[in-house]
Design a protein around this ligand. Structure first.
Ligand code: ATP
Ligand code: MG
Length: 576
């Protein structure tokens, strides 16, 4: 299904999305004809970092709900804070949302393009007595605001006259005052049990260049003031966000009320669009951190190789790692939407990835920890090409030819000189199947001076070409192999969890970077069948019996893929 094509609401919604409370909430609005039944959502990232898997959840909800109700979803850069925003993040965000499979059409917006209207609303609020310039310092302001169980104290500047407020606000804008010396506050209610209602700050002085508006502004709106304005000016009907904003909702509505009084709400198809905010629990995954600030620190301190390091929980990192977009969407669907805070197991994400790759990834043979196998009764200069099935799960995937010769690499762990009872693979005197090729019996073992096994010798049954015994005799083990003469060297990167503990942020007395897993990346030279040189960057295959691997998007060269281990074939403790 192409998630960008509007489809019938019930057809588009999965059983999960049909049931969840956000869906119900929107469905009731539509049924009641609110906003003329229109549904417009938005995904509003701040361009101060790359998107992560938590954002993927929000993206799937925002775009998913729009699609389910034949509406549309906007992509908006929520860039009202000049400090850490940058155009390069804007590009990365667009790329990631598109890659996830969503399309905002022409509805791409920058909050910074609305600065003038935000300012106009602030001036209007001053004129109507709803806002005032306050000279309290930040510490004093916090102290006056108080705690929820006791009323706050009114600022001594609260009774300033309109003219003085207008003059001071204009001078704030002109850059006459120092940062922190003054701010613009809403005049609401200092006794409200909701402390966000106690004359919240609307504008603060920030003498910083903005990546889009340059030095045009010396004052910047707060999130609480800017966000409802952005939603309203874009004609958003349902503003979906994470739970921490729930306590801000009355303030959101307050701003929308003021805009409505001033006739600032959008009228579309004859209906005045009044946005509403609803909140859902954020995604947190174990064995990783999700805040952009912390991810930025990993990047800046070079603890990872960049935002798109395949160990990062960023969309671009997961993409490089080889996670299919469809698997990420499936994961977001499976975790569902609720109001309960919880941590999701990485194992669930990995199992979604496995499900998809099992169906889509072609199989190849490669050996990661090589041991030499010599077929003593096979002519030294002969070679044969056997048919190997590309994907048993996909009838259309067809077969390929794999070269075979006298000397092969096999996986060291597929051989045991002194096998225990549960070991059914290769051992002296034992017969195994060399996958797609033939049956092979081990007759002797070569050791080096330290007694380490360096080669396995034996004979093959010439009647078993293709891997089946002519007399139907049973062999218990099947192993993979790569012809040494034809083998291609492959740089493989074996990833493990980025952190050693499920919640690296749990212990406040320790810094989260103390829990970084020193073995999260292991680079290993492997040998692969020749067809692997044809892999294009971004293509994923299954190395038979080992794991799924993806040709790295950055490091691969033509004919020389660098292989990232995407995910192992089975869930294993401590590995991924
Ligand atoms: P972070 O806390 O990681 O720095 P943020 O909330 O500051 O993220 P924004 O760019 O403001 O990042 O997020 C854009 C949207 O994505 C917001 O609507 C936010 O609610 C949502 N979002 C952010 N993190 C998560 C998460 N972990 N799970 C679900 N939604 C999220
Ligand atoms: Mg934020």
């Amino acid at each position: 299904m192409n998630p960008t094509t509007p489809t019938d609401a019930t057809a588009a919604a999965t059983p999960e999305s049909r049931g969840h409370f956000i869906y119900q909430f929107i469905a009731e609005d539509v049924a009641a004809g609110r906003n003329g039944g229109q549904v417009v959502t938005r995904f509003p990232p701040e361009p101060n970092g790359f998107l992560h898997i938590g954002h993927a959840k929000a993206i799937c909800i925002d775009f998913g709900m729009a699609e389910a109700f034949n509406g549309r979803c906007h992509l908006r850069m929520d860039d009202t804070n000049p400090a850490k925003e940058d155009e390069s993040y804007v590009r990365a965000i667009k790329e990631d949302v598109r890659w996830l499979g969503f399309d905002w059409g022409e509805h791409f917006y920058y909050a910074a393009d609305m600065f003038e209207q935000m300012h106009d609303l602030a001036v209007a609020l001053i004129k109507s007595g709803h806002a005032y310039v306050c000279d309290l310092s930040q510490e004093e302001w916090k102290e006056y605001r108080g705690i929820p169980t006791e009323p706050g104290i009114e600022s001594p500047y609260r009774k300033r006259g309109v003219e003085e407020n207008l003059d001071l606000f204009a001078r704030m804008r002109a850059g006459e005052f120092e940062e922190g010396s003054r701010c613009l506050r809403a005049r609401i209610d200092m006794t409200s049990p909701n402390i966000h209602f106690r004359d919240p700050v609307l504008y603060r002085i920030m003498k910083q260049s903005h990546y889009r508006t340059g030095d045009q502004w010396q004052i910047y709106p707060t999130y609480d003031f800017a966000h409802p304005i952005e939603d309203a000016l874009e004609g958003v009907t349902h503003s979906l966000c994470t739970l921490e904003f729930e306590v801000h909702r009355p303030l959101y509505d307050w701003v929308i009320d003021r805009m409505q009084e001033l006739g600032m709400l959008v009228v579309r198809d004859g209906h005045t669009i009044r946005p509403q905010q609803r909140e859902f629990a954020r995604l947190s995954l174990d064995y990783t951190v999700m805040s952009k600030r912390k991810l930025l620190q990993l990047v800046q301190d070079q603890l990872v190789e960049g935002w798109d390091d395949p160990r990062m929980p960023t969309i671009s990192g997961l993409r490089r790692r080889g996670y299919p977009a469809a698997a990420i969407r499936d994961f977001c669907d499976r975790i569902g939407v609720s109001k309960y805070k919880s941590s999701t197991e990485l194992a669930l994400l990995e199992s979604c990835v496995r499900d998809h790759l099992n169906r889509t990834a072609q199989r190849r043979m490669a050996v990661i920890d090589p041991l030499r196998l010599v077929i003593d009764n096979y002519p030294a200069d002969a070679e044969e090409w056997f048919d190997a099935v590309n994907n048993h799960e996909d009838p259309e995937a067809d077969t390929r030819k794999v070269p075979f010769s006298r000397e092969l690499w096999i996986e060291r762990e597929d051989f045991m000189e002194f096998p225990d009872k549960k070991f059914f693979r290769l051992a002296p005197g034992r017969e195994v199947r060399l996958r797609y090729a033939c049956l092979f019996t081990c007759t002797s073992v070569e050791h080096d001076d330290e007694g380490r096994v360096v080669a396995v010798h034996g004979t093959y049954d010439p009647e078993s070409r293709g891997g089946n015994a002519p007399d139907g005799r049973r062999v218990r083990g099947t192993i993979h192999w790569v012809s040494i003469r034809h083998a291609q060297p492959l740089e493989t990167r074996l990833y493990d969890r980025l952190f050693t503990v499920p919640d690296p942020e749990a212990d406040e007395s320790r810094h989260f970077t103390e829990f970084l897993n020193p073995d999260s990346l292991r680079c290993v030279n492997a040998w692969g069948e020749p067809s692997l040189t044809e892999l294009l960057p971004g293509e994923t295959v299954q190395f038979e019996r080992l794991a799924y691997f993806c040709a790295d998007l950055r490091l691969s060269r033509p004919g020389q893929p660098v292989m990232n281990r995407t995910v192992t074939l089975k869930e294993a403790r401590g590995k991924n």
